[in-house]
Design a protein around this ligand. Sequence first.
Ligand code: ACO
Length: 311
Amino acid sequence: EMTPEEIAFQERIDRGEKIEPKEWMPEGYRKTLIRQVGQHAHSEIVGQLPEGNWITRAPTLERKAILLAKVQDEAGHGLYLYSAAETLGVSRDELLEALHSGKMKYSSIFNYPTLTWADMGAVGWLVDGAAIMNQVPLQRTSYGPYSRAMIRICKEESFHQRQGYDIMMKMCAGTPEQKAMAQDALNRFWYPALMMFGPSDKDSVHSAQSMAWKIKMNTNDELRQKFVDQTVPQAKYLGLTVPDDNLVWNEEKGGHDFSEPDWAEFYDVIAGNGPCNAERLGARVTAWEEGAWFREGLVAHARKAEARRTS
Ligand code: ACO
């Protein structure tokens, strides 16, 4: 049974109105947004780690400058998203504590290692490509601060995606060894990229309610299908083979048939048992602990400035 307040709220959502921070919202709406926006923010900052790993080893000065800018952008995305989450009444410290203690998740994809330079290409092309596929519709999400954060994020993500594809084009036009590295990167990142969209619709616990509230605009399977259909021709253009023997164009549905990722692996990774979970979380916790002196300095400075103003 919906209360009159809840009915009026749902009508606003259905009319396409944006919900703003100080307005009434159901507790479930607030909680779902804190979970999704918080996890999204965590994904941005944990997502810096597999690429930050390659900044010192980028093959040219130009590639290094581009990668540095991209990794910095991800920090910025984290900041917009933490700020959007804070408007829902949760503090940044609480969110980070929940990340560090393993209570909150971040995207499964960042628990895979980046072994070669070609992985920087595959991450930009596939991981940022999947991120955009999911985030472009979220520009129309019902919560105002989240939807506005998405607009700038999407612009930057499309630059990231192109820089990744550009690396892949270069590798694929290079020596046979370089092309083999590109193929190997595609082989390792294909299924983890498909997992980014979340479990199949029949196993997605939050989709129905989140879509009714327009916190999510599409189901996980819809976006996964769009991603496959967009990416297969791009792989073909590179002369690379998508590692799926069941991949075939289905004229009738106007999309590709393809193999599902290994969902047991997915659930294992989000339970904390992926190849790099401990390393990634460890890096975040260390950064938090080693940054304590800086946070304390900022607070001390703010107190002094405040005392000077009021004395
Ligand atoms: N990685 C980690 N956890 C995931 C993933 C994933 N790829 N996909 C689903 N899950 C989790 C969900 O968080 C949920 O767990 P929880 O209840 O403990 O939070 C559980 O699996 C069940 O999944 P769903 O019911 O389908 O969850 P939801 O409706 O939240 O859909 C999705 C998942 C599609 C990721 C959604 O949260 C979303 O669109 N988030 C915003 C985009 C985002 O976070 N992107 C980060 C990717 S990369 C980047 O931006 C750099």
